[in-house]
Design a protein around this ligand. Sequence first.
Ligand SMILES: [Zn+2]
Length: 205
Amino acid sequence: MSNITEILLQLKDKNITFDHENISEYVIRHKKSLVLYGKLTYTPDCCPNCHATNGIVKNGTRQSRLSLCQISGLNAYLSLTKQRFYCKSCQSSFTAETPIVDKYCFITNRLKQKIMDTLAETISETYIAKQHNVSVHTVRRIVDKVSSTLKVNHNTQLPQHLCFDEFKSVKSSDSAMSFIYCDALTHQLIDVVHDRKSSTLLDYF
Ligand SMILES: [Zn+2]
């Protein structure tokens, strides 16, 4: 089975060739860890700088160590050799990209997804960071990203008729009372605003 690593890791990019024969055990950040190896290369459609379609040549490689989800309780990494390219038209260099990880990031999107799944649990950011071998800062960035996608778009998502009320929510709420509103016809909850003061509501809407 030639694609066993892709399936095990759930990292599916046809441009990555995994080295199925090679897996290493290293101590990384004081913990026994597994390192897998892969190469990323393809023929680019065009130069991302000048958009030239011709005159792009392969020009060396760059090594990245990407954090993966744990394997058998051990922290795991993918040592990915990424192809570098040189554009003869604008004399610029660029590196091959892959959907398994964002540009300039070393945490795979699969691991970010796993962290997002954990956010639904009532556990601390510190614990999530420790569990997934990432920094608390990384967990906070993912929380911010998720919360921004959950924000209500007032231009397109407000119903014609609203029902609203105030209620006692959390101690940290500035005015001790929060604002809740729903669709008056379907009774579907739309959002909760952390405080009911008019200045906050004006900012919100
Ligand atoms: Zn170019």
